[in-house]
Ligand binder design. Structure first.
Ligand code: AMP
Ligand code: MG
Length: 329
């Protein structure tokens, strides 16, 4: 049965667009040496601001839906963090949203659900915080999960050009509804959505793969071995955030590898849910490194999965074979 979800889609697009405006406003103030100085304050302000405005829209539209989101307001309420709350409140007011600091904290805490339920949302208010600080790729990821299945996924990628390879600055907004395809539209403006599809590449040696910039998030050594096994000679494209799902979904890359770096690390659901449905509805396939589908029924983490393999579907079995052959699993 196809679920229409048009009300949910409208709310999710408004929410992610509001969040992207806050992220862009904060990012425009980042000093070029923020990374060297390890100054995390812009990311803190944008992260909480983004979560507040997304939870405002989703909570107002669907007051009974729990939201499992990355942040909570506890640390913001510490005395020494009062200046942060002030700046977050300022950023929200700049978007013409009249509110109080107390209300901002209540919006953030709408995202405090922890347990699995039969219908819930999951949100990463800024995925790829290092990319955000470097002024490279980051994403706002929002998904609706019903009976353990992702039914709606939205990815806002403010620094991803709408046309692959171009330098347009509108930013890209991806969405997918189960059974209804995957689409992209500009983050700002009212242009019509365009359908996106994964690549048709089936020759493993011609495959283009992408992975995290951070070797702590995905083993670069293991991906090098897998690429060699598959006969891939092109260097990997490294980018932060779920923008990696987006580039596979629109055929700019054929494979995204996320290979475990630590035995005890479980992936967080908000780092994947939005991206997974966009890729699947574009015709791609997503599993963990053992070939199991991702299981979103265990609260905040993918407790039953290890790593993530994303592909254009055609290449998937070959990649899983390579993963086994090089001993990742
Ligand atoms: P990426 O931008 O793809 O490198 O992923 C960013 C996400 O990696 C963050 O949102 C974190 O939740 C997540 N992360 C943090 N530590 C790890 C780890 N050891 N393995 C995989 N992902 C991680
Ligand atoms: Mg994240």
């Amino acid at each position: 049965m196809t679920v229409v979800l048009s009300h949910e889609l409208d709310a999710a697009l408004v929410a992610v667009r509001d969040a992207a405006r806050i992220c862009r406003s904060v990012q425009s103030t980042i000093a070029p040496d923020a990374m060297e100085k390890k100054d995390k304050s812009p990311v803190t302000i944008a992260d909480f601001g983004s979560q507040a405005v997304v939870c405002r829209v989703i909570g107002d539209a669907f007051p009974h839906d729990p939201i499992i989101a990355e942040e909570d307001s506890r640390e913001l309420l510490n005395e020494q963090n009062a200046p942060f709350l002030h700046l977050i409140h300022d950023e929200i007011c700049k978007q013409c949203i009249e509110t109080s600091k107390e209300q901002v904290c209540r919006w953030i805490d709408r995202g405090g659900a922890e347990e699995y339920s039969h219908r819930f949302w999951t949100l990463d208010p800024i995925d790829g915080t290092k990319g955000f600080l470097r002024k490279e790729q980051y994403a706002i990821s929002l998904a609706l999960i019903v009976e353990g299945q992702i039914e709606l996924g939205v990815l806002g990628c403010p620094n991803l050009p709408l046309v692959p390879g171009q330098t347009d600055t509108a930013g890209s907004l991806f969405y997918a509804i189960r059974g209804q395809g995957a689409y992209v539209l500009p983050l700002e403006g009212d242009a019509a959505p365009m359908r996106i599809r994964v690549s048709q590449t089936s020759a493993t040696n011609a495959a283009r793969f992408c992975e995290s910039v951070e070797s702590g998030h995905s083993s670069h050594g293991a991906s090098e071995q897998i690429a060699e096994w598959l006969g891939i000679t092109a260097a990997p494209v490294r980018l932060d955030s779920q923008a990696k799902y987006a580039v596979v979904a629109r055929g700019e890359a054929d494979i995204y590898l996320r290979l475990p770096t630590k035995k005890d690390y479980f992936e967080q659901i908000w780092d994947h849910a939005g991206g997974v449905l966009v890729v699947e509805e574009a015709g791609g396939r997503v599993t963990d490194v053992t070939g199991k589908p991702l299981d979103f029924t265990h609260g905040r983490q993918l407790k039953q999965n290890r790593g993530v393999i994303v592909s254009n579907a055609k290449l998937h079995d070959a990649v899983l074979e390579a993963v086994r052959a090089v001993g990742v699993v």
